[in-house]
Design a binder for this molecule. Structure first.
Ligand SMILES: [Zn+2]
Length: 190
């Protein structure tokens, strides 16, 4: 059986980390349900992704800083500052962002995707000082302006439990996963 948490992908394509991360939590809950209802003696569970996105984590936020929040760093004593870190342009920035996507232009409260796609290029970074970056409809900033954020090219993780799980470690070509499943299930014998 194959189960896909496909809405994580949709959240990223929209340049909206709130949706992507919330569905990633639901994906983890779904994996837990599968683990609770199967026996590792007879069931191989493999958890992986078919690709990454241009999503990235940046800066040195203090421990416990909200993942969707603006970066708040530590002072020289290792204690959290009382204001967000500022970039070279004097504006705060968020921990998570995208290399491309709709969060490029400074459109204030405008969340209409057509308006974002047709926004004038070169308007500069959004000043996030008064913006709630943890709100559900916030578009994380992107370097390149595109109507939809795209897939990325990094290696993705793979985790497994059950028969044959020991075969999945280190770096593997994607086609290797097929052979692990065939081996574990005895699917092509005879
Ligand atoms: Zn996709």
């Amino acid at each position: 059986m194959l189960i896909e948490g496909g809405r994580i992908d949709h959240g990223h394509h929209a340049g909206n980390a709130y949706n992507a991360l919330h569905d990633a939590v639901e994906f983890a809950n779904a994996v837990q349900v599968a683990m609770d209802n199967t026996d590792p003696k007879d069931t191989l569970i493999i958890v992986t992704a078919d690709h990454s996105h241009t999503f990235t984590i940046a800066g040195y936020p203090t421990r416990g800083n909200p993942i969707l929040g603006k970066v708040v760093g530590n002072d020289e004593h290792g204690e959290p500052m009382d204001h967000p870190q500022l970039a070279a342009d004097g504006k705060p920035y968020t921990t998570v962002g995208y290399a491309n996507g709709p969060g490029y232009a400074d459109l204030g409260e405008e969340t209409n995707s057509d308006a974002r796609m047709n926004a004038p290029v070169g308007t500069g970074r959004v000043d996030l000082t008064e913006v709630d970056t943890r709100a559900p409809g916030f578009f994380q900033e992107s370097l390149v302006h595109s109507s939809g954020e795209t897939h990325g090219g990094e290696d993705v993780g793979i985790w497994a439990r059950g028969p044959g799980a020991h075969l999945l470690s280190g770096t593997n070509e994607q086609n290797f996963i097929f052979h692990v499943m065939v081996h574990a299930g005895g699917l092509l014998e005879n």
